[in-house]
Design a protein around this ligand. Structure first.
Ligand SMILES: CSCC[C@H](N)C(=O)N1CCC[C@H]1C(=O)O
Length: 375
């Protein structure tokens, strides 16, 4: 059964109010997608990655939606729980139904076409359903569609991430005084989360608060551990605001850290600042990773840098470009990237320092402004 505009019955199109069609959030992404369709050997694309659904439609519950893009039409498919929301959020014409009506509605427009689908976001069961309902279409798996669509951000997306980061900076500054001996990691994370939520945001991911030896865990989410005097504490936090994410890490000293951890901190800071300074259009992402890794290696910490230098960010915390040693990505204006070298010493502790940057025409802008400890 389907419902459209408050009626029960067969699914049917839901037209967006005409006045909203020009202010299309995902318009440039839609153009990009259409341009890519020919070279990819497809005439239409069935979008099921929630981040791509949101980028193309603006719809804020994209896990419960799909978008069908053909050369001349684009349709948002969602169900009757979202009739009002689809109209409020999205300039796209929506069709309100659940599968199989969704597939039946799309079938006539796909007859004889090569229809791409997102291989990483398609279950075997749904693929079988599509084959059954679209017998006259040729289904073609596509990979990494989001990279092409979302690696270079629109101005609107940049402002959304800037706002998320500004909020995270503010919350970090508010919470910073409570990172002290006797505090429990979990209480610091809770305080951060509450302040983000009070401001209308959510945490971008489980907040990492890793103190003392737990600092050796790059993904050491806040635990019941109580911070001790003389320890370093790694705080990795982000805000999710309007669907867009921020990401930033600071490592702070509680009292006087050991000489060993001071040395590690200074080495990571040197690597981080050098990599940040090198961010500009035309730079190969892999070379940035190498630059930071070489500095840490000179300090005897190459092995301790257990992950890549960074990643792109936007509708997902981790998206293109990839700042890994094997990445073939080249930085372009409009990309949003993190720079986050770290060094992790099992049984001892760890340090990570991370900034969020916008690649600009002439270089970069650091969006994360939260103060760093100068140890
Ligand atoms: C689970 S989201 C983690 C956010 C964090 N800033 C981050 O991206 N990383 C921490 C360790 C490396 C890097 C990652 O690849 O997960």
């Amino acid at each position: 059964m389907s419902l459209s505009w408050g009626q029960t019955g067969t699914g049917r199109p839901l037209e967006a109010p005409p006045g909203r069609r020009v202010t299309v959030q995902g318009m440039s992404q839609l153009d990009k997608l259409r341009q890519a369709m020919g070279p990819a050997g497809v005439d239409a694309v069935w979008i099921s990655d929630p981040a791509n659904v949101r980028a193309l439609s603006g719809f804020t519950s994209p896990k419960d939606a799909k978008v069908l893009v053909t050369a001349h039409a684009v349709t948002l498919y969602t169900d009757a729980r979202y009739t009002v929301q689809a109209q409020e959020d999205s300039p796209l014409p929506a069709f309100i139904a659940r599968p199989p009506e969704t597939y039946q509605h799309a079938a006539p427009s796909l007859s004889g076409l090569r229809v791409g689908f997102e291989a990483e976001h398609m279950t075997v069961a749904v693929l079988e359903d599509l084959r059954e309902h679209w017998p006259d279409a040729h289904l073609i798996p596509l990979r990494e569609l989001g990279r092409g669509l979302r690696m270079v951000k629109t101005q609107q997306e940049i402002e959304a991430v800037r706002a998320a980061q500004a909020l995270a900076d503010r919350v970090y500054a508010e919470v910073r005084p409570s990172i002290r001996a006797g505090a429990r990691e979990r209480d610091i994370a809770l305080d951060i989360e509450m302040r983000l939520r009070q401001a209308g945001a959510e945490t971008a991911f489980d907040i990492i608060v890793a103190s003392g030896p737990r600092g050796a865990m790059p993904h050491g989410v806040a635990s019941d551990r109580v911070i001790l005097d003389g320890e370093l504490v790694t705080i990795d936090m982000g805000a999710r605001l309007g669907g867009y994410h921020s990401d930033m890490t600071r490592t702070v000293a509680v009292g006087e850290p050991s000489d060993e951890m001071l040395r590690v901190y200074r080495a990571v800071l040197e690597a981080e600042e050098a990599a940040v300074a090198a961010v500009k259009p035309g730079v190969r992402a892999a070379d940035l990773d190498t630059l930071a890794r070489d500095i840490l290696t000179r300090h005897g910490l190459g092995e301790a840098f257990a992950h890549s230098l960074g990643h792109g960010i936007g509708l997902e915390v981790h998206e293109g470009p990839s700042l890994r040693g094997v990445s073939t990505d080249v930085l372009e204006p409009g990309m949003l990237v993190t720079i986050e070298p770290g060094a992790y010493l099992p049984g001892v502790g760890g340090v990570r320092i991370e900034d969020l940057l916008l690649v600009t025409e002439n270089g970069h802008e650091v969006l994360s402004r939260a103060e760093k400890d100068r140890l």
